[in-house]
Ligand binder design. Structure first.
Ligand SMILES: CC(C)(COP(=O)(O)OP(=O)(O)OC[C@H]1O[C@@H](n2cnc3c(N)ncnc32)[C@H](O)[C@@H]1OP(=O)(O)O)[C@@H](O)C(=O)NCCC(=O)NCCS
Length: 131
């Protein structure tokens, strides 16, 4: 979206994580819920980069895992802010796994997460001072 208030994406991922044996399910791949948690954290890092508010996650769009992730993979979570509303911010998180074996980069999923800026009483507040 062409919104001058949105800071451009960074070249670096918001977070990068090594998958550990504790993250593995019985099928020897990584639990989807573990990745969802990192998606949430990565989106939060991006929301904070846009504007340093207190945020809660209000929604996460349907997430489809296209490829499995394995122990030892290095998983990168790249973020793009798609929209800044009055109190909400919409972040797209693109997940890539670098294979432990071979080192190739695999696209795992994209997720769209919406965060809401809140005050100390958990009431929504404006994200940008001029919003
Ligand atoms: C987030 C929360 C404060 C919003 O409260 P609310 O009374 O719905 O607030 P509003 O109706 O004023 O909406 C606030 C913003 O959220 C957006 N929003 C609300 N529900 C949404 C949804 N399901 N999907 C996307 N955006 C949503 C609104 O569009 C609005 O955005 P805008 O100001 O940029 O236009 C409240 O729902 C809440 O506390 N939820 C729990 C959050 C939480 O704890 N998450 C962690 C998981 S436990």
């Amino acid at each position: 979206m062409n919104d001058a208030r949105i800071k451009p994406s960074t070249a670096e991922p918001a977070i990068r994580v090594v998958m550990m044996p504790r993250d593995m399910n019985a099928a020897q791949t990584i639990f989807g819920g573990v990745l969802l948690s990192y998606i949430d954290q990565a989106g939060f890092v991006e929301a904070r980069r846009q504007s340093p508010r207190r945020y809660v996650t209000v929604s996460m769009q349907q997430v489809e895992f296209h490829q499995p992730v394995f122990v030892g993979d290095i998983v990168s979570f790249r973020c793009t802010t798609e929209r800044i509303g009055r109190t909400s911010i919409t972040v797209r998180v693109s997940v890539m796994a670098q294979r432990f074996e071979g080192g190739q980069d695999i696209h795992v999923t994209d997720a769209v997460v919406v965060f809401v800026a809140i005050d100390d009483e958990c009431n929504p507040i404006s994200i940008l001072d001029d919003a």
